[in-house]
Unconditional design. Structure first.
Length: 324
């Protein structure tokens, strides 16, 4: 498959995951509604994949596992999905962000729409950009220290089995169902800024993306430039959504690289840019796409087959918690 066809494939995969996640959210809404309205609505089994929206619970479970508590029994799928996303980043850079994440998909659609209207996307000056990019690393450090380092094994165990944590998924659903004026204003602001800037939430505020970016620094896969073939047209640097100066690099190993293939797809000289493993082996676009999907889904399948997917909470326990 020629590199120029990777973008349509990536966009197709993005929207398939977006639709799937919206479906998961709707099914979870039906599950909660059934319990809240005493069985007067349609009964739907709880979709365990909804825990993919609980990365903090995944971090809690991973920290507890490393401290000898085993896999989080309350939200085990959150731990499995968290580990699967880390595995994708370790092997294929931050491709989760550009191929799977629904927030990044919406953000990308926003800045592309803005580009079509005004024929450009704006970029902050260097130093404000550097300072703001540091915010996501501060947030990441806060969560990792608070959860993984600051909490003892006993405190982690108590919090994981607490009623508060048990209904973390329901609390998230209620947050979006009953948005406060402040929360709604922040969301509208972020969407509006996304029309002007490229991926501002991902670039400046997402602690999950910060962790994945640091993990991706260990990835053997990276965009590599053949200086003998490169004509220094600058197209690769221009289309990069994270503003990496690809044209002047031998290989790209930045935590900001999201593995989106835009630079490779828009390269005007065949072979000047490629995605390579260990700097030697060229990875075709269709193989890269297949690996992103298979590693992510494969991780969830491992969780299912090892018995670390379904929550230990039954419908009766959920009913008790919701009644409170």
């Amino acid at each position: 498959m020629p590199a120029r066809y990777v973008q349509p494939l990536r966009i197709l995969i993005q929207f398939c995951f977006l639709v799937f996640m919206l479906w998961l959210g709707f099914r979870f809404y039906q599950f909660v509604s059934y319990l809240r309205f005493d069985g007067t609505t349609t009964h739907v089994a709880r979709p365990d994949g909804i825990e993919g929206f609980l990365p903090i619970s995944g971090l809690l479970g991973l920290a507890g596992w490393l401290k000898g508590l085993g896999i989080n029994p309350v939200h085990p799928a959150a731990v499995v999905i968290f580990l699967a996303v880390l595995a994708v980043s370790l092997l294929l850079r931050r491709s989760f962000c550009s191929w799977i994440c629904p927030v990044a998909t919406i953000s990308e659609c926003s800045w592309k729409a803005g580009f079509k209207v005004v024929k450009r996307n704006y970029r902050l000056p260097r130093w404000p950009d550097v300072i703001l990019r540091g915010l996501k690393y501060l947030l990441m450090a806060f969560f990792i220290y608070t959860v993984a380092i600051g909490m003892s094994a006993g405190a982690l165990r108590d919090f994981i089995v607490s009623d508060y944590h048990k209904v973390a998924d329901v609390r998230l659903l209620d947050f979006f169902l009953h948005l406060s004026p402040t929360a709604l204003g922040i969301i509208i602001f972020l969407v509006a800024v996304s029309v002007v800037l490229r991926n501002p939430f991902c670039r400046y505020l997402c602690p999950y993306g910060a962790l994945l970016g640091l993990t991706a620094l260990l990835s053997p896969v990276r965009v590599t430039r053949d200086s003998d073939r490169c004509v220094s047209c600058g197209a690769c640097s221009q289309v990069c959504p994270t503003y990496i100066d690809v044209m002047h690099k031998r290989s790209v190993n930045s935590p900001e690289c999201i593995g989106c293939w835009r630079c490779v797809s828009h390269c005007r000289v065949d072979g000047a840019l490629s995605m390579r493993a260990a700097g030697r082996f060229v990875i075709p676009g269709v193989l890269f796409a297949l690996m992103v999907v298979l590693i992510f889904w494969g991780g969830t399948l491992v969780g299912r087959f090892t018995g670390h997917w379904h929550t230990a909470l039954d419908a009766a326990e959920y009913g008790r918690l919701l009644s409170r």
